[in-house]
Design a protein around this ligand. Structure first.
Ligand SMILES: [Zn+2]
Length: 317
């Protein structure tokens, strides 16, 4: 989750009012553009191969053979789900916001059966789980609680300033919620899914959440990191975050860096070099050792920037 607009300088009541008024107007004219939206499109996408170019809510990119990044640039999380296609079945790694018609996208990319696995169960990664028959889940209390669905987190995703451009015509923001889903199979660290001609394996990487996982396709050198790594401030401040576990997890991933070619994170930009993994270890250890200055606190949170990596963490009391 990457929204930084809430971290800008404190705003006056007047400007809050003007934002509200301009959003209200936007509801009718669609002309309101939040600040985060002005940075789009991100330049990194120019070098990627776009497919299904007529889709409007999702942008789909072929990031490796039979591997697709399904990006949602019109909502501030800029979530990226991945479809990994084998000769027998496909695995959908996350189901995004549940705002657009993800089934339609998936069906245009593959006719094979699809299993869903989530990088973790924050609302912005599980929005369309309910639409799929086969959803694997990590065996954690956090996962089971989130599978019941929620209203509050989902509603916050469509609050004023969270949407850039047009919502899909069929979408109703007023009734938007994360719908409950059924976990068809409990899985754990080391679990492998044979997709036919390629196999993906779960690497448990708890920290961001208790159920956070990465997914590795060893034959093709692909490592999908979910919210354990993405190229924006990594959220490590929520109550379900465990920093000790996070450090252990990023060390586990860094050990894999020599054997992978592409790192695929779950927000903003889908492709990174494996070099980021050792950098991630250095960055989080430097922050925890007190060697990195905190940014300005806002709303109880601060950003620590260590080289190219940054973290959004609780402000020290
Ligand atoms: Zn998350």
């Amino acid at each position: 989750m990457r929204k930084l607009k809430c971290l800008c300088a404190p705003v006056s009541v007047l400007s809050v009012l003007s934002i509200f008024l301009s959003f209200s107007a936007a509801a009718q004219t669609s002309s309101y553009m939040p600040d985060w939206c002005k940075a789009l499109p991100r330049p990194e996408y120019k070098t990627l191969q776009r497919v299904l170019p007529n889709e409007t809510w999702f942008e789909v990119y072929k990031v490796a053979p039979a591997t697709y990044a399904i990006y949602e640039p019109h909502q501030s999380e800029e979530t990226i789900s991945y479809l990994i296609v084998g000769t027998k079945q496909a695995l959908l790694f996350d189901t995004g916001m549940g705002i657009g018609d993800l089934q339609k996208i998936v069906r245009q990319l593959t006719s094979r059966p699809v299993v869903v696995l989530n990088s973790h169960t924050h609302d912005d990664h599980v929005g369309d789980n309910w639409e799929f028959t086969y959803v694997f889940g990590m065996d954690t209390a956090f996962t089971r609680a989130n599978a019941k669905g929620s209203v509050e987190d989902a509603q916050a995703e469509v609050a004023p300033g969270e949407i850039c451009g047009e919502l899909p015509a069929k979408f109703d923001a007023k009734t938007y919620r994360t719908k409950p889903w059924h976990i068809s199979l409990l899985v754990k660290d080391g679990f492998k899914v044979n997709l036919g001609g390629r196999t993906v394996e779960i690497i448990a990487t708890p920290g961001h959440t208790p159920d956070a996982i990465s997914l590795i396709d060893r034959e093709n050198g692909l490592l999908f990191t979910g919210d354990t790594y993405y190229p924006a401030p990594i959220w490590l401040y929520r109550p379900e975050t465990d920093l000790d576990a996070y450090v252990a997890s990023v060390k586990k991933l860094a050990a894999l860096a020599p054997s992978v070619k592409i790192i695929l994170g779950a927000h903003n930009v889908p492709v990174a070099s494996p070099d980021v993994l050792p950098e991630l270890v250095t960055a989080i250890e430097s922050v925890r050792a007190g060697k990195v200055a905190a940014g300005e606190p806002h709303d109880g949170k601060v950003i620590y920037k260590a080289g190219k990596i940054s973290f959004l963490m609780k402000a020290a009391k």
